[in-house]
Design a protein around this ligand. Structure first.
Ligand code: NAP
Length: 539
Protein backbone atom coordinates (compact mmCIF):
# COMPACT_ATOMS: atom_id res chain seq x y z
CA UNK A 1 0.00 0.00 0.00
CA UNK A 2 1.25 3.43 -0.90
CA UNK A 3 2.21 5.62 2.04
CA UNK A 4 -0.02 8.67 2.48
CA UNK A 5 1.15 12.29 2.75
CA UNK A 6 -0.38 15.71 2.45
CA UNK A 7 1.92 16.55 -0.45
CA UNK A 8 4.22 14.72 -2.85
CA UNK A 9 7.01 16.77 -4.38
CA UNK A 10 8.83 15.60 -7.49
CA UNK A 11 12.42 16.86 -7.55
CA UNK A 12 14.90 18.00 -4.89
CA UNK A 13 16.47 20.92 -6.69
CA UNK A 14 16.01 24.41 -5.29
CA UNK A 15 12.26 24.35 -6.00
CA UNK A 16 11.69 21.03 -4.21
CA UNK A 17 13.84 22.03 -1.24
CA UNK A 18 12.11 25.35 -0.67
CA UNK A 19 8.66 23.79 -1.16
CA UNK A 20 9.43 21.13 1.44
CA UNK A 21 10.67 23.77 3.87
CA UNK A 22 7.53 25.89 3.45
CA UNK A 23 5.17 22.90 3.79
CA UNK A 24 6.89 21.88 7.00
CA UNK A 25 6.12 25.37 8.25
CA UNK A 26 2.42 24.66 7.71
CA UNK A 27 2.71 21.39 9.59
CA UNK A 28 2.04 19.33 6.45
CA UNK A 29 3.59 15.97 5.74
CA UNK A 30 5.52 15.62 2.48
CA UNK A 31 7.51 13.08 0.54
CA UNK A 32 10.06 14.19 -2.03
CA UNK A 33 11.16 11.88 -4.83
CA UNK A 34 14.47 12.72 -6.49
CA UNK A 35 16.16 10.77 -9.27
CA UNK A 36 19.70 11.82 -8.33
CA UNK A 37 21.44 10.60 -5.21
CA UNK A 38 21.63 14.05 -3.65
CA UNK A 39 19.91 17.41 -3.74
CA UNK A 40 20.71 20.27 -6.15
CA UNK A 41 18.83 19.41 -9.35
CA UNK A 42 20.50 21.09 -12.31
CA UNK A 43 23.59 21.78 -10.18
CA UNK A 44 23.79 18.11 -9.26
CA UNK A 45 23.83 16.93 -12.89
CA UNK A 46 25.67 19.67 -14.78
CA UNK A 47 29.23 19.17 -13.55
CA UNK A 48 30.96 19.78 -16.85
CA UNK A 49 34.26 21.73 -16.78
CA UNK A 50 33.68 25.45 -16.39
CA UNK A 51 30.06 25.07 -15.24
CA UNK A 52 28.97 28.10 -13.30
CA UNK A 53 25.86 30.22 -12.99
CA UNK A 54 25.29 33.11 -15.38
CA UNK A 55 23.36 35.00 -12.69
CA UNK A 56 25.41 36.70 -9.99
CA UNK A 57 25.75 34.67 -6.79
CA UNK A 58 24.40 37.33 -4.45
CA UNK A 59 21.19 37.38 -6.49
CA UNK A 60 21.07 33.66 -7.40
CA UNK A 61 20.42 32.51 -3.85
CA UNK A 62 17.48 32.07 -1.50
CA UNK A 63 16.04 35.18 0.08
CA UNK A 64 13.59 33.46 2.42
CA UNK A 65 16.03 33.27 5.32
CA UNK A 66 17.83 36.50 6.26
CA UNK A 67 20.16 34.44 8.48
CA UNK A 68 21.08 32.13 5.60
CA UNK A 69 21.76 34.99 3.20
CA UNK A 70 23.89 36.79 5.79
CA UNK A 71 25.87 33.72 6.81
CA UNK A 72 26.50 32.02 3.48
CA UNK A 73 29.69 33.31 1.86
CA UNK A 74 29.80 33.27 -1.93
CA UNK A 75 33.38 33.46 -3.12
CA UNK A 76 33.00 34.60 -6.75
CA UNK A 77 30.80 37.01 -8.67
CA UNK A 78 29.43 33.99 -10.60
CA UNK A 79 29.42 30.88 -8.44
CA UNK A 80 30.89 27.64 -9.74
CA UNK A 81 28.79 24.51 -9.98
CA UNK A 82 30.55 22.88 -6.97
CA UNK A 83 29.89 25.94 -4.82
CA UNK A 84 26.19 26.07 -5.78
CA UNK A 85 25.87 22.36 -5.09
CA UNK A 86 27.46 22.87 -1.66
CA UNK A 87 24.94 25.64 -1.06
CA UNK A 88 22.03 23.33 -1.96
CA UNK A 89 23.41 20.67 0.39
CA UNK A 90 23.89 23.27 3.10
CA UNK A 91 20.26 24.40 2.74
CA UNK A 92 19.05 20.79 2.94
CA UNK A 93 21.08 20.20 6.10
CA UNK A 94 20.40 23.54 7.73
CA UNK A 95 16.62 23.14 7.40
CA UNK A 96 16.71 19.41 8.12
CA UNK A 97 15.20 18.52 4.75
CA UNK A 98 17.04 15.30 3.95
CA UNK A 99 14.80 13.12 6.10
CA UNK A 100 11.80 13.55 3.78
CA UNK A 101 13.65 13.00 0.50
CA UNK A 102 13.88 9.63 -1.21
CA UNK A 103 16.86 9.62 -3.57
CA UNK A 104 17.41 7.51 -6.69
CA UNK A 105 13.69 7.48 -7.27
CA UNK A 106 12.67 8.52 -10.77
CA UNK A 107 8.98 9.33 -10.93
CA UNK A 108 7.30 7.68 -13.89
CA UNK A 109 3.64 8.42 -13.23
CA UNK A 110 1.26 10.64 -11.31
CA UNK A 111 -2.41 9.70 -11.43
CA UNK A 112 -5.32 11.61 -9.99
CA UNK A 113 -8.01 9.63 -8.20
CA UNK A 114 -11.16 11.74 -8.33
CA UNK A 115 -13.10 9.76 -5.73
CA UNK A 116 -10.27 10.03 -3.21
CA UNK A 117 -9.14 13.51 -4.37
CA UNK A 118 -5.54 12.34 -4.30
CA UNK A 119 -2.52 11.81 -6.50
CA UNK A 120 -0.79 8.45 -6.70
CA UNK A 121 2.86 8.95 -7.58
CA UNK A 122 4.99 6.00 -8.67
CA UNK A 123 8.72 5.71 -9.30
CA UNK A 124 10.62 3.50 -11.74
CA UNK A 125 12.21 1.88 -8.70
CA UNK A 126 8.80 0.77 -7.43
CA UNK A 127 8.11 3.29 -4.65
CA UNK A 128 4.70 4.90 -4.39
CA UNK A 129 3.11 7.70 -2.42
CA UNK A 130 -0.42 9.08 -2.24
CA UNK A 131 -1.13 12.72 -1.44
CA UNK A 132 -3.80 15.37 -1.75
CA UNK A 133 -1.38 17.68 -3.56
CA UNK A 134 1.29 16.93 -6.10
CA UNK A 135 4.02 19.48 -6.76
CA UNK A 136 6.11 19.16 -9.88
CA UNK A 137 9.48 20.73 -9.03
CA UNK A 138 11.13 19.01 -11.96
CA UNK A 139 13.18 21.90 -13.37
CA UNK A 140 13.09 23.47 -16.80
CA UNK A 141 16.31 22.06 -18.23
CA UNK A 142 16.46 18.59 -16.77
CA UNK A 143 15.94 16.29 -19.76
CA UNK A 144 19.08 16.10 -21.93
CA UNK A 145 18.62 16.27 -25.66
CA UNK A 146 20.98 13.99 -27.56
CA UNK A 147 21.88 14.78 -31.16
CA UNK A 148 20.46 12.64 -33.89
CA UNK A 149 23.77 12.12 -35.69
CA UNK A 150 24.39 9.01 -37.75
CA UNK A 151 26.69 6.55 -36.04
CA UNK A 152 26.86 8.39 -32.71
CA UNK A 153 26.69 5.14 -30.77
CA UNK A 154 29.54 3.61 -32.78
CA UNK A 155 32.18 5.87 -31.24
CA UNK A 156 34.68 3.73 -29.34
CA UNK A 157 36.46 6.53 -27.49
CA UNK A 158 35.22 8.17 -24.28
CA UNK A 159 31.92 9.99 -24.67
CA UNK A 160 30.52 12.48 -22.18
CA UNK A 161 27.41 14.56 -21.97
CA UNK A 162 27.66 18.00 -20.37
CA UNK A 163 24.45 17.55 -18.41
CA UNK A 164 25.32 14.11 -17.02
CA UNK A 165 28.96 14.63 -16.20
CA UNK A 166 30.74 12.02 -14.07
CA UNK A 167 31.19 13.34 -10.52
CA UNK A 168 34.84 12.27 -10.48
CA UNK A 169 35.58 14.61 -13.42
CA UNK A 170 37.43 13.91 -16.67
CA UNK A 171 41.13 14.35 -17.34
CA UNK A 172 41.60 15.58 -20.91
CA UNK A 173 45.41 15.69 -20.74
CA UNK A 174 47.00 14.35 -23.91
CA UNK A 175 43.58 13.76 -25.54
CA UNK A 176 42.21 14.92 -28.84
CA UNK A 177 38.74 16.10 -27.90
CA UNK A 178 35.67 16.98 -29.96
CA UNK A 179 32.87 19.14 -28.59
CA UNK A 180 29.48 19.24 -30.30
CA UNK A 181 27.30 22.14 -29.14
CA UNK A 182 28.00 25.82 -28.70
CA UNK A 183 25.19 26.94 -26.41
CA UNK A 184 25.80 28.14 -22.83
CA UNK A 185 27.16 24.74 -21.76
CA UNK A 186 29.60 24.34 -24.66
CA UNK A 187 30.70 27.96 -24.42
CA UNK A 188 31.57 27.52 -20.74
CA UNK A 189 33.28 24.16 -21.21
CA UNK A 190 35.35 24.90 -24.34
CA UNK A 191 37.93 27.33 -22.83
CA UNK A 192 38.47 25.02 -19.85
CA UNK A 193 38.81 21.84 -21.93
CA UNK A 194 41.17 23.74 -24.27
CA UNK A 195 43.59 24.29 -21.39
CA UNK A 196 44.04 20.53 -20.91
CA UNK A 197 43.40 18.85 -24.24
CA UNK A 198 46.16 18.03 -26.68
CA UNK A 199 43.86 19.35 -29.37
CA UNK A 200 40.24 20.49 -29.24
CA UNK A 201 37.89 20.46 -32.23
CA UNK A 202 34.68 22.43 -31.77
CA UNK A 203 31.92 21.28 -34.12
CA UNK A 204 29.68 24.32 -34.45
CA UNK A 205 26.35 24.29 -36.24
CA UNK A 206 24.97 27.67 -35.15
CA UNK A 207 27.08 30.37 -33.51
CA UNK A 208 25.64 32.04 -30.42
CA UNK A 209 26.11 35.50 -29.00
CA UNK A 210 28.21 35.52 -25.86
CA UNK A 211 29.22 38.37 -23.59
CA UNK A 212 32.11 38.32 -21.10
CA UNK A 213 31.25 37.38 -17.53
CA UNK A 214 34.10 39.43 -16.05
CA UNK A 215 34.04 36.95 -13.23
CA UNK A 216 36.30 37.33 -10.22
CA UNK A 217 36.66 36.79 -6.52
CA UNK A 218 34.18 38.74 -4.41
CA UNK A 219 35.75 41.27 -2.09
CA UNK A 220 34.80 40.59 1.55
CA UNK A 221 34.39 44.25 2.39
CA UNK A 222 32.20 44.84 -0.65
CA UNK A 223 30.02 41.84 0.20
CA UNK A 224 29.66 43.01 3.78
CA UNK A 225 28.45 46.39 2.61
CA UNK A 226 26.12 44.81 0.05
CA UNK A 227 24.61 42.60 2.72
CA UNK A 228 23.75 45.57 4.93
CA UNK A 229 21.01 46.35 2.41
CA UNK A 230 20.23 42.79 1.31
CA UNK A 231 16.49 43.11 2.00
CA UNK A 232 16.25 46.20 -0.17
CA UNK A 233 18.28 44.53 -2.95
CA UNK A 234 15.95 41.55 -2.84
CA UNK A 235 12.98 43.88 -3.16
CA UNK A 236 14.32 45.15 -6.48
CA UNK A 237 15.12 41.63 -7.66
CA UNK A 238 11.53 40.58 -6.98
CA UNK A 239 9.62 43.62 -8.10
CA UNK A 240 11.85 45.39 -10.58
CA UNK A 241 12.20 45.31 -14.32
CA UNK A 242 15.35 43.22 -14.30
CA UNK A 243 13.90 39.69 -14.53
CA UNK A 244 15.00 39.10 -10.97
CA UNK A 245 18.69 39.78 -11.46
CA UNK A 246 18.74 43.19 -9.83
CA UNK A 247 21.64 45.58 -9.92
CA UNK A 248 24.57 44.45 -7.89
CA UNK A 249 25.74 47.85 -6.77
CA UNK A 250 26.30 48.58 -3.11
CA UNK A 251 23.38 50.99 -3.12
CA UNK A 252 20.16 49.10 -3.86
CA UNK A 253 18.35 50.55 -6.84
CA UNK A 254 16.13 49.63 -9.73
CA UNK A 255 18.08 48.75 -12.86
CA UNK A 256 17.11 51.07 -15.66
CA UNK A 257 18.31 51.00 -19.26
CA UNK A 258 20.92 53.58 -20.23
CA UNK A 259 18.99 54.53 -23.37
CA UNK A 260 15.62 53.96 -24.98
CA UNK A 261 16.80 52.70 -28.35
CA UNK A 262 19.85 52.07 -30.50
CA UNK A 263 17.77 52.12 -33.67
CA UNK A 264 18.77 55.57 -34.89
CA UNK A 265 22.22 55.76 -33.32
CA UNK A 266 25.53 55.62 -35.15
CA UNK A 267 27.87 52.72 -34.42
CA UNK A 268 30.00 55.11 -32.32
CA UNK A 269 27.02 56.21 -30.26
CA UNK A 270 25.98 52.60 -29.69
CA UNK A 271 29.53 51.71 -28.63
CA UNK A 272 29.65 54.62 -26.21
CA UNK A 273 26.62 53.14 -24.42
CA UNK A 274 27.59 49.46 -24.69
CA UNK A 275 31.31 49.69 -23.86
CA UNK A 276 30.76 50.11 -20.11
CA UNK A 277 28.31 47.18 -20.12
CA UNK A 278 30.78 44.98 -22.01
CA UNK A 279 33.55 45.92 -19.60
CA UNK A 280 31.37 45.36 -16.58
CA UNK A 281 30.31 41.93 -17.87
CA UNK A 282 27.22 39.77 -17.61
CA UNK A 283 23.89 39.33 -19.35
CA UNK A 284 22.82 42.74 -18.03
CA UNK A 285 24.50 43.86 -21.26
CA UNK A 286 21.19 43.32 -23.07
CA UNK A 287 19.41 45.75 -20.77
CA UNK A 288 21.47 48.71 -21.94
CA UNK A 289 18.70 49.67 -24.37
CA UNK A 290 15.05 49.50 -23.35
CA UNK A 291 13.94 48.13 -26.72
CA UNK A 292 16.74 45.61 -27.35
CA UNK A 293 14.30 42.70 -27.59
CA UNK A 294 11.46 44.62 -29.17
CA UNK A 295 12.76 46.82 -31.97
CA UNK A 296 14.60 44.94 -34.76
CA UNK A 297 16.69 47.94 -35.82
CA UNK A 298 17.87 48.54 -32.27
CA UNK A 299 18.61 44.85 -31.83
CA UNK A 300 20.59 44.79 -35.08
CA UNK A 301 22.86 47.59 -33.84
CA UNK A 302 23.56 45.73 -30.61
CA UNK A 303 24.28 42.54 -32.57
CA UNK A 304 26.68 44.48 -34.83
CA UNK A 305 28.53 45.70 -31.76
CA UNK A 306 29.01 42.14 -30.47
CA UNK A 307 30.11 40.86 -33.89
CA UNK A 308 32.66 43.70 -33.87
CA UNK A 309 33.96 42.46 -30.52
CA UNK A 310 34.24 38.88 -31.85
CA UNK A 311 36.30 40.15 -34.81
CA UNK A 312 38.50 42.16 -32.42
CA UNK A 313 39.17 39.17 -30.15
CA UNK A 314 39.54 36.31 -32.66
CA UNK A 315 42.73 36.65 -34.68
CA UNK A 316 41.96 34.36 -37.61
CA UNK A 317 39.46 36.26 -39.82
CA UNK A 318 37.69 33.14 -41.14
CA UNK A 319 37.28 31.72 -37.62
CA UNK A 320 35.97 35.09 -36.45
CA UNK A 321 33.39 35.16 -39.27
CA UNK A 322 32.32 31.61 -38.49
CA UNK A 323 31.79 32.61 -34.85
CA UNK A 324 29.61 35.62 -35.73
CA UNK A 325 25.90 34.82 -35.31
CA UNK A 326 23.78 36.15 -38.15
CA UNK A 327 20.65 34.01 -38.07
CA UNK A 328 18.82 35.33 -35.02
CA UNK A 329 18.27 38.58 -33.13
CA UNK A 330 20.66 38.91 -30.21
CA UNK A 331 18.95 37.73 -27.02
CA UNK A 332 16.17 35.87 -28.84
CA UNK A 333 18.17 32.77 -27.96
CA UNK A 334 19.47 32.80 -24.41
CA UNK A 335 22.56 35.00 -24.46
CA UNK A 336 25.67 33.20 -23.22
CA UNK A 337 28.01 34.55 -20.57
CA UNK A 338 31.58 33.34 -20.92
CA UNK A 339 35.08 33.44 -19.56
CA UNK A 340 37.59 33.45 -22.39
CA UNK A 341 35.36 31.77 -24.99
CA UNK A 342 36.26 33.72 -28.13
CA UNK A 343 39.93 34.03 -27.07
CA UNK A 344 40.13 30.22 -26.82
CA UNK A 345 40.09 30.14 -30.64
CA UNK A 346 43.43 31.98 -30.69
CA UNK A 347 45.09 28.93 -29.13
CA UNK A 348 47.04 26.75 -31.50
CA UNK A 349 45.38 23.63 -30.06
CA UNK A 350 41.80 24.74 -30.80
CA UNK A 351 40.10 24.39 -34.19
CA UNK A 352 36.61 25.52 -35.07
CA UNK A 353 34.78 23.30 -37.52
CA UNK A 354 31.83 25.03 -39.13
CA UNK A 355 29.56 22.05 -39.73
CA UNK A 356 27.24 24.11 -41.86
CA UNK A 357 30.12 24.39 -44.34
CA UNK A 358 31.50 20.89 -43.87
CA UNK A 359 28.64 18.84 -42.38
CA UNK A 360 29.13 15.92 -40.04
CA UNK A 361 28.36 12.87 -42.18
CA UNK A 362 28.87 10.29 -39.51
CA UNK A 363 30.39 9.55 -36.16
CA UNK A 364 32.71 6.57 -36.63
CA UNK A 365 34.44 4.28 -34.16
CA UNK A 366 37.48 6.58 -34.14
CA UNK A 367 36.10 10.06 -34.64
CA UNK A 368 33.97 12.22 -36.89
CA UNK A 369 33.70 11.97 -40.64
CA UNK A 370 33.01 15.37 -42.17
CA UNK A 371 32.01 15.93 -45.77
CA UNK A 372 35.64 16.72 -46.64
CA UNK A 373 37.81 14.79 -44.13
CA UNK A 374 38.02 12.55 -41.08
CA UNK A 375 38.92 13.86 -37.64
CA UNK A 376 40.21 11.28 -35.16
CA UNK A 377 39.14 11.83 -31.58
CA UNK A 378 39.92 10.22 -28.23
CA UNK A 379 37.01 11.90 -26.51
CA UNK A 380 33.66 13.27 -27.61
CA UNK A 381 31.75 15.80 -25.50
CA UNK A 382 28.09 16.48 -26.23
CA UNK A 383 26.69 19.82 -25.09
CA UNK A 384 23.56 19.58 -27.18
CA UNK A 385 20.96 20.99 -24.83
CA UNK A 386 17.66 19.94 -23.32
CA UNK A 387 14.04 19.13 -24.02
CA UNK A 388 13.23 22.29 -22.10
CA UNK A 389 10.31 23.19 -19.85
CA UNK A 390 7.91 20.43 -20.89
CA UNK A 391 10.37 17.51 -21.25
CA UNK A 392 10.46 16.42 -17.62
CA UNK A 393 6.68 16.73 -17.21
CA UNK A 394 5.85 14.82 -20.38
CA UNK A 395 8.39 12.10 -19.63
CA UNK A 396 6.09 11.12 -16.79
CA UNK A 397 2.66 9.65 -17.38
CA UNK A 398 0.57 12.35 -15.71
CA UNK A 399 -3.16 11.68 -15.70
CA UNK A 400 -5.73 14.08 -14.36
CA UNK A 401 -9.50 14.05 -13.96
CA UNK A 402 -11.18 11.36 -16.06
CA UNK A 403 -7.80 9.77 -16.81
CA UNK A 404 -6.88 12.58 -19.23
CA UNK A 405 -3.19 12.46 -20.05
CA UNK A 406 -1.15 15.65 -19.79
CA UNK A 407 0.63 14.51 -22.96
CA UNK A 408 -2.73 14.67 -24.79
CA UNK A 409 -3.74 17.99 -23.29
CA UNK A 410 -0.36 19.43 -24.32
CA UNK A 411 -0.32 17.78 -27.72
CA UNK A 412 -0.12 21.15 -29.49
CA UNK A 413 1.99 22.81 -26.81
CA UNK A 414 1.80 23.47 -23.07
CA UNK A 415 -1.35 25.06 -21.63
CA UNK A 416 -1.51 26.19 -18.02
CA UNK A 417 -3.06 29.00 -16.03
CA UNK A 418 -0.29 31.33 -14.81
CA UNK A 419 2.12 28.46 -15.47
CA UNK A 420 0.95 27.13 -12.10
CA UNK A 421 -1.90 24.67 -12.68
CA UNK A 422 -3.72 23.02 -15.57
CA UNK A 423 -7.46 22.68 -16.02
CA UNK A 424 -8.28 19.00 -15.55
CA UNK A 425 -5.39 18.45 -13.12
CA UNK A 426 -6.71 19.46 -9.67
CA UNK A 427 -4.23 20.03 -6.84
CA UNK A 428 -1.25 19.61 -9.18
CA UNK A 429 1.16 22.55 -9.28
CA UNK A 430 4.10 23.13 -11.61
CA UNK A 431 6.91 25.24 -10.12
CA UNK A 432 8.30 27.59 -12.80
CA UNK A 433 6.11 25.82 -15.33
CA UNK A 434 5.44 26.90 -18.93
CA UNK A 435 3.49 30.13 -18.97
CA UNK A 436 5.46 31.67 -16.10
CA UNK A 437 8.64 33.85 -16.35
CA UNK A 438 10.75 30.86 -15.37
CA UNK A 439 13.79 30.52 -17.67
CA UNK A 440 13.64 34.19 -18.67
CA UNK A 441 14.27 35.16 -15.06
CA UNK A 442 16.58 34.56 -12.16
CA UNK A 443 15.29 31.07 -11.33
CA UNK A 444 15.70 31.47 -7.57
CA UNK A 445 13.46 34.54 -7.59
CA UNK A 446 10.83 32.74 -9.66
CA UNK A 447 11.03 29.56 -7.58
CA UNK A 448 10.46 31.44 -4.33
CA UNK A 449 7.57 33.40 -5.82
CA UNK A 450 5.86 30.26 -7.15
CA UNK A 451 6.38 28.24 -4.00
CA UNK A 452 5.10 31.09 -1.81
CA UNK A 453 2.04 31.47 -4.03
CA UNK A 454 1.29 27.72 -4.01
CA UNK A 455 1.78 27.43 -0.26
CA UNK A 456 -0.48 30.47 0.19
CA UNK A 457 -3.11 28.73 -1.90
CA UNK A 458 -2.88 25.53 0.15
CA UNK A 459 -3.13 27.58 3.35
CA UNK A 460 -6.19 29.37 1.97
CA UNK A 461 -7.82 26.04 1.16
CA UNK A 462 -7.15 24.67 4.62
CA UNK A 463 -8.51 27.72 6.38
CA UNK A 464 -11.63 27.71 4.18
CA UNK A 465 -12.24 23.98 4.33
CA UNK A 466 -11.58 23.52 0.61
CA UNK A 467 -10.21 20.23 -0.70
CA UNK A 468 -9.63 20.85 -4.37
CA UNK A 469 -8.29 23.64 -6.54
CA UNK A 470 -8.30 23.69 -10.32
CA UNK A 471 -7.83 26.31 -13.02
CA UNK A 472 -10.92 27.20 -15.04
CA UNK A 473 -10.59 26.31 -18.69
CA UNK A 474 -11.46 29.85 -19.75
CA UNK A 475 -8.85 31.38 -17.43
CA UNK A 476 -6.26 28.98 -18.80
CA UNK A 477 -7.18 29.83 -22.41
CA UNK A 478 -6.97 33.55 -21.72
CA UNK A 479 -3.61 33.16 -20.02
CA UNK A 480 -2.15 31.10 -22.87
CA UNK A 481 -3.34 33.75 -25.33
CA UNK A 482 -1.81 36.48 -23.16
CA UNK A 483 1.55 34.65 -22.93
CA UNK A 484 1.56 34.41 -26.75
CA UNK A 485 0.54 37.99 -27.18
CA UNK A 486 3.41 39.19 -24.96
CA UNK A 487 5.91 36.92 -26.74
CA UNK A 488 4.73 38.10 -30.15
CA UNK A 489 5.34 41.70 -29.18
CA UNK A 490 9.04 40.80 -28.76
CA UNK A 491 11.78 39.38 -30.96
CA UNK A 492 11.89 36.14 -28.94
CA UNK A 493 9.82 34.06 -31.38
CA UNK A 494 12.37 34.80 -34.11
CA UNK A 495 15.13 32.97 -32.23
CA UNK A 496 14.39 29.39 -33.24
CA UNK A 497 15.43 28.54 -29.69
CA UNK A 498 14.68 25.97 -27.03
CA UNK A 499 12.33 28.61 -25.53
CA UNK A 500 10.15 27.69 -28.51
CA UNK A 501 10.89 23.98 -28.51
CA UNK A 502 12.67 24.46 -31.83
CA UNK A 503 15.65 22.29 -30.79
CA UNK A 504 13.56 19.13 -30.45
CA UNK A 505 12.27 17.58 -33.62
CA UNK A 506 8.48 17.24 -33.67
CA UNK A 507 7.99 19.45 -30.60
CA UNK A 508 5.22 22.02 -31.09
CA UNK A 509 6.64 25.49 -31.63
CA UNK A 510 5.13 27.49 -28.81
CA UNK A 511 6.97 30.22 -26.93
CA UNK A 512 6.84 28.71 -23.45
CA UNK A 513 7.96 31.27 -20.86
CA UNK A 514 6.07 34.46 -19.94
CA UNK A 515 8.08 37.38 -21.23
CA UNK A 516 6.63 40.33 -19.31
CA UNK A 517 9.10 40.04 -16.41
CA UNK A 518 8.95 38.87 -12.82
CA UNK A 519 7.59 42.14 -11.41
CA UNK A 520 4.57 42.28 -13.72
CA UNK A 521 3.96 38.55 -13.29
CA UNK A 522 4.12 38.77 -9.49
CA UNK A 523 1.61 41.63 -9.55
CA UNK A 524 -0.78 39.52 -11.64
CA UNK A 525 -0.43 36.50 -9.32
CA UNK A 526 -1.05 38.70 -6.27
CA UNK A 527 -4.00 40.34 -7.94
CA UNK A 528 -5.50 36.91 -8.69
CA UNK A 529 -5.31 36.10 -4.96
CA UNK A 530 -6.81 39.45 -3.93
CA UNK A 531 -9.61 38.80 -6.39
CA UNK A 532 -10.52 35.65 -4.49
CA UNK A 533 -8.29 33.42 -6.64
CA UNK A 534 -9.79 34.63 -9.92
CA UNK A 535 -9.73 31.86 -12.52
CA UNK A 536 -9.47 29.03 -9.99
CA UNK A 537 -12.34 26.86 -8.80
CA UNK A 538 -12.27 25.48 -5.25
CA UNK A 539 -14.42 22.62 -4.05
P1 NAP B 1 21.62 24.79 -26.08
O1 NAP B 1 21.69 26.23 -25.79
O2 NAP B 1 20.34 24.22 -26.55
O3 NAP B 1 22.78 24.46 -27.10
C1 NAP B 1 22.86 23.22 -27.73
C2 NAP B 1 23.93 23.27 -28.77
O4 NAP B 1 24.06 21.99 -29.36
C3 NAP B 1 23.63 24.26 -29.90
O5 NAP B 1 24.82 24.87 -30.27
C4 NAP B 1 23.13 23.33 -31.01
O6 NAP B 1 23.28 23.83 -32.29
C5 NAP B 1 24.02 22.14 -30.78
N1 NAP B 1 23.50 20.95 -31.39
C6 NAP B 1 22.39 20.25 -31.05
N2 NAP B 1 22.24 19.19 -31.88
C7 NAP B 1 23.26 19.25 -32.76
C8 NAP B 1 23.64 18.44 -33.87
N3 NAP B 1 22.92 17.37 -34.23
N4 NAP B 1 24.75 18.78 -34.56
C9 NAP B 1 25.46 19.86 -34.21
N5 NAP B 1 25.15 20.67 -33.17
C10 NAP B 1 24.07 20.36 -32.46
O7 NAP B 1 22.02 23.91 -24.79
P2 NAP B 1 22.96 24.30 -23.56
O8 NAP B 1 24.23 24.87 -24.02
O9 NAP B 1 23.02 23.12 -22.68
O10 NAP B 1 22.16 25.44 -22.83
C11 NAP B 1 20.78 25.30 -22.58
C12 NAP B 1 20.38 26.31 -21.53
O11 NAP B 1 20.78 25.86 -20.25
C13 NAP B 1 21.00 27.66 -21.67
O12 NAP B 1 20.41 28.45 -22.66
C14 NAP B 1 20.83 28.21 -20.28
O13 NAP B 1 19.55 28.69 -20.05
C15 NAP B 1 21.07 26.97 -19.44
N6 NAP B 1 22.46 26.94 -19.05
C16 NAP B 1 22.87 27.90 -18.19
C17 NAP B 1 24.16 27.96 -17.83
C18 NAP B 1 24.59 29.01 -16.88
O14 NAP B 1 23.88 29.46 -16.04
N7 NAP B 1 25.77 29.45 -16.99
C19 NAP B 1 25.08 27.07 -18.33
C20 NAP B 1 24.64 26.09 -19.20
C21 NAP B 1 23.33 26.04 -19.56
P3 NAP B 1 22.03 24.53 -33.05
O15 NAP B 1 21.88 25.85 -32.37
O16 NAP B 1 22.43 24.60 -34.45
O17 NAP B 1 20.83 23.64 -32.80
Amino acid sequence: MAERFDVVIVGAGFAGLYMLHRLRGLGLSARVFEQGDNVGGTWYWNRYPGARCDAESLAYSFSFSPELEQQWQWTERYATQPEILQYAEHVAERFDLYRDIRFQQRVVSATYDEADNSWLVTTAQGETAVAQFCIMATGCLSVPQLPDIKGIDNFQGARYQASMWPPEGVDFSGCTVGVIGTGSSGIQAIPVIAERAEHLYVFQRTPNFSVPAVNGALDDGWVEQFKVNYRQHRHYHKHGLSSGFGDLEIEPRERTPAAESAADMSAQEVAAILDPYWQRGGAFFLSAFADSLIEPRSNAKIADYVRGKIREIVQDPQTAEDLCPTDHPIGSKRICVDTGYYAAYNRSNVSLINVRRTPIEEVTATGIRLSDRNIDLDTLVLATGFDAMTGALLNMDIRGRGGVRLADKWHSGPRAYLGINMHGFPNLFTVTGPGSPSVLSNMLVSIEQHVDWMVGCIEHMRSHGRQRVEAELQAEDHWVAHVNEIANATLFPQGGSWYLGANVSGKPRVFMPYAAGVGAYRDICEDVVRDNYRGFVFS
